[in-house]
Design a protein around this ligand. Sequence first.
Ligand SMILES: C[S@@+](CC[C@H](N)C(=O)[O-])C[C@H]1O[C@@H](n2cnc3c(N)ncnc32)[C@H](O)[C@@H]1O
Length: 401
Amino acid sequence: MSATLQSPFLLILSRDGREEFVKNELATRFLGAKFAFSRPGFLSFKQADAVSGGQKNWQWSSSENLIFPLRSALFVGKWLAGKGFTRAATISEDALMEALTPRVKSAAAPIEAGGSGRTIQLRFHAIDVTPVGRDDGLTRTISRHDFDLRYPGCLSDSGLAEHLPDAFAEESWNRPALTGDLILQAFAVSETEVWFGWSLLRDGEFGNPGGESGIEKPEGAPSRAYLKFSEAVALLERKIGKPIFKADDRVIEIGSAPGGACFAMLERGLKVTGVDRGAMDPVVLKNPRFSRIDSSIGDWMFPESILAEWLVLDINAEAKIAVRECKPLTDYIKRGLKGVFFTLKMNQTDLALSTERLARTTAQDLGLAFYFVRQLPSNHQELALFGLTRKGLGLKSVSSR
Ligand SMILES: C[S@@+](CC[C@H](N)C(=O)[O-])C[C@H]1O[C@@H](n2cnc3c(N)ncnc32)[C@H](O)[C@@H]1O
């Protein structure tokens, strides 16, 4: 099936300004990866065999564990005005149609995909990656109407819309995908050229066009950290198929000022302790479920009775230092933890992979039963590590001898 598609190009969607992280990640993970073409927030890579230098194809599994893309896709063909649609030479028409055909998910379907028997949908996302008019760096979608006007004949030339009319109908155009869904993407790279890419939605990614979370910061939330926390919660809850928090669960946030993440936690009914010398926003301070510790984490003489189900770390210090600074507290409370949300800063591109290693060892040290290490849509020069312990999953803890 689809997993057998092979393509000469891997396409990556990222945020403007994060391209260097993507290039660095690809170069480190694939010896023969060669950056080929880009637009702001859109990159393509070829691959050469590291020994022979000959062309090597990408498979869908190649991009499985990448941290930085908002979405990756296998290139399946391109359309040029006046020339029509050309399929990638490595992909037969039958293989492409097969890869795009919705099907019933097997009984072994992961829970986040809606369990067994869910029909895997084909979603079509049309995305404008041309540099003109790019302002906030967010994904720009193209409506069905505008797509037909800008690229007349493109869909009929490709033959895709005829074979798969449902996905291209006005009402399903640019609709979000669920985990496991097939996504065909049209990337408008210029006024005369459209590239097509194929993806399956992974459980660490959002299903909106371009991998956007679609979560917005409410008016009163004191900072954008609201988004980081809310995006991570959304991915965890989609993964396990239910809410992760119980009312009255306790959270400690280290680096809580001014309080965007606290705002999101308080919205969920959690009891929050914020550790920060910085000023907290009054909207958070006045909430009776919030307690403030006016201290740096290193200086905080936390009480022996301290307990918390959740730990949030978001301090603006180098990741290694941040993790080290809060280790006495994490060691103390980790047996009772249900999960963590860590934001790990990366000051330079080449620190990205060492930050990832740090995230994975920290996840192990904290006993996370599953976790994501990702750059979330709302992250800037930072990585997110978030996950659940066995307790957070509602499972019995494994006794340690
Ligand atoms: C990115 S901001 C946190 C944003 C916050 N999570 C929110 O939701 O608005 C980083 C914070 O880390 C705090 N910080 C830096 N070093 C710290 C330390 N050693 N202990 C506690 N807080 C620290 C800073 O005072 C700053 O308020």
